[in-house]
Design a protein around this ligand. Sequence first.
Ligand code: GLV
Ligand code: MN
Ligand code: MN
Length: 412
Amino acid sequence: MNLAIDTERLMSEVEALAAVSEAEPPAITRVVFSPADLAARSWMKKLCSAAGLSVREDAVGNTFARWNGSDAGAPIVGTGSHIDAIPNAGKYDGVVGVLGGLEAIRALQRSGFRPRHSIELLVFTSEEPTRFGIGCIGSRLLSGSLPVEAARKLIDANGESLDAVRQQAGFHDSLETVPLHADYYKSFVELHIEQGPLLERDQIDLGIVTSISAPASARISVEGAGGHAGGMLMPERRDALCAAAELILAIEAAARGSGSTDTVATVGMCEVFPGAVNSIPSRVRLSLDLRDTQLARRDAVMRTIQSAAERIASDRGVSITIEILNADAPAQCAPSVIDALSDSCRKHNFAFRPMVSRAYHDSLFISRIAPVAMLFIPCRNGYSHRPDEYASPEHIAKGTLVLAEALARLSS
Ligand code: GLV
Ligand code: MN
Ligand code: MN
């Protein structure tokens, strides 16, 4: 099989999608079910239809574009990623896996290859946690990792529920129809930028992911007492922001002290009430994102954070509650998919190495119902989730070629 990736077309599609954004270029903002997300979805569906794929959407907006195989009853070989983007993001996160997946399918079509197992491109709903506080909503539901009842309770910062918002976006079926049956997939493979510096630093073309780190996230609420910034004496204060500041540093120390660089913790959101220069903060809301490749170590760090919160609350006379939103287990990738990717890299003499994904991905959840692996492309300086995120067309083309060959092997 001789495959040719149309890099020029693929890169022009990456640019076209980047223009569908709520932020000024070069920043990308495409929050789930926002007008930009809806416009991007409809553009994507047209592209899939133009490639002769049959497109369907489920009740939460996961989009499936299928190239039918000769054995209609055989389990599916899946690929894909997401096109939603956090505020002030770059243009490659998720997008490379979706548009690269589509180009991989088109390259296979052009070569005359005919799959036995159908190959399906999946665009997952809300990989990013921006709107509803947890990431991978689409893949969690597909894999049965998020109970439908819990999904119905998800609300955004304006109090709008996922259930209402997805219906406004035109997805009316019952959420109960979303989970896939356990033998839906033969295998699943996701192409993605590394979002870290290792491949570029070691001048390696591609990374083959062997395990995916597990996230836990929490909403932290600190309740103190407000008052006049001039009148209230320092010893009398129960300042919620001062307590939150101490807790943020305790979170950082807990992650740094875990004994492994695979433990990472981030407080990325801090909301202060009432938010006036001359008013003592009475209430603070924080987000916590804690990850590790080892579940036991991550759970131990979470316990350290919880004890720090109790100590700070008692020392400062405030109350601190930590509401865990999700605490997921890490995933191991499947040898069959890893081998398909590695053999293709070897065939082309692409330098590759096995690696851990420290970011989470929809594949983490799809691994609960299918053999999965991921293919990483280097990104400049390891930058991601920022507007200057960059992956070279050469690396994207190599990743797409290897993805296409792996899809061919897995679907034969
Ligand atoms: C995905 O975007 C992540 O936060 O790992
Ligand atoms: Mn992301
Ligand atoms: Mn991503």
